[in-house]
Design a protein around this ligand. Structure first.
Ligand SMILES: [Ca+2]
Length: 359
């Protein structure tokens, strides 16, 4: 973890010096690693060099560079693993860092042009907060290190997957890959996503909250308006993705737009400000599909106020937003919805969090 990540992780950093030396005797995890001056040669650590970090009890410890680019976790003498942070998820609270406040309002949810999104119906929501971007690999790692989240996986998984498909599709999982800290965490199941949001003091958004944050109340088709998707507004399957599929998957994919959007698979979050929603929320179209709190159910025409998630154990959960491999513009419309079994881990599926808001 290097200095460039400070702002991104939101962790309290201050500068320290690096020093050569052996590993220290270690007991317990360090909760706040503080500045890693040993990150040199770009983002690489220097083998054999240990780097100081500060611990929650004021002590200092070290993390050791075991091999280039692979720091051992920083650990501290005499510290227990901190308990997961849990707060009342729907208390009237301020938004967390990295979240956008969404004022309460009424909108028409659904889309008559999309089979699974009919009928259009009126929904009213109280104020809430939602993450401005998808949850990143680096953010999820902090939750794992705190002992609150199950470790993510570097492999995909779904019912009936063949070994050769597991190998083929797992190459796009972002967990455990160098240089992917700012990419969305993917290949996580619904339970992992839910655990992360609860640890942050929030929850997964309902699909109504997700849709309102993506389109506001003017009925637009996409977060940015009604103009068709293009390479400046989102990371879907452009020419770069079709080329990659041909080379790495021996597959012929039809691009959604002719231009190159710069990212053949996942992109670092927040890269497409021109694709922002009316509330300034990013990545609501493309990059990765996102888990929501709801089990999938057909809509009805009844107006609803703050609809709560219907939850049916292992029934498919609603996912939203389309992804880097989406070929059809319909898949990145704000009202489009898709149900996936909560235990599936998919390389085009991640999540973001929400919480009730004080406004
Ligand atoms: Ca792309």
């Amino acid at each position: 973890m290097c200095m460039e990540d400070r702002a991104h992780l939101g962790t309290a950093f201050r500068s320290v010096r690096s020093r050569p030396g052996p590993a220290v005797v270690i007991v317990g995890l360090c909760t706040f690693m503080v500045g890693v001056a040993g990150c040199s040669r770009g983002n690489k650590c220097i083998p054999g060099v240990s780097v100081e970090c500060s611990c929650a009890n004021g002590r200092r410890s070290a993390q050791v560079c075991a091999a280039e680019g692979t720091f051992q976790p920083c650990q501290c003498l005499g510290l227990a693993i901190p308990p997961p942070v849990k707060r009342a998820p729907d208390a009237a609270v301020d938004c967390l860092a990295g979240q956008v406040p969404i004022p309460g309002g009424t909108f028409w949810m659904g889309d008559q042009d999309l089979d699974k999104s009919k009928p259009v119906h009126k929904v009213t929501l109280s104020p809430y907060c939602i993450d401005k971007t998808e949850v990143t690999v680096a953010a999820y790692r902090i939750c794992v290190q705190a002992g609150a989240c199950p470790p993510a996986s570097a492999t995909v998984d779904w019912k009936g997957i063949k070994p050769e498909d597991k190998t083929k599709w797992s190459q796009f999982c972002t967990w455990g890959k160098r240089g992917y800290d700012k990419h969305p965490i993917n290949c996580v199941d619904w339970t992992q996503a839910n655990a992360y949001c609860e640890w942050m003091g929030g929850r997964l958004p309902t699909e109504a909250e997700w849709e309102y944050a993506a389109r506001g109340s003017d009925g637009r088709n996409y977060p940015w308006g009604n103009q068709p998707p293009d390479a400046t507004r989102l990371n879907a399957c452009g020419s770069e993705c079709a080329s990659m599929a041909q080379q790495r998957l021996d597959a012929s994919w039809t691009p959604m737009y002719a231009d190159n959007d710069g990212w053949p698979a996942t992109a670092p979050v927040g890269r497409y400000p021109k694709g922002a929603s009316p509330f300034g929320v990013l990545d609501m179209a493309g990059n990765v599909w996102e888990w929501t709190a709801d089990s999938f159910a057909d809509y009805n025409s009844e107006p609803a106020t703050n609809p709560q998630p219907s939850r049916h154990d292992d029934s498919p959960r609603v996912t939203r937003g389309g992804a880097w491999l989406s070929e059809l513009a319909a898949r990145v419309r704000t009202a489009d919805r898709f149900g996936l079994v909560p235990g599936y881990r998919i390389n085009s599926l991640g999540f973001r969090c929400a919480r009730g808001a004080k406004m």
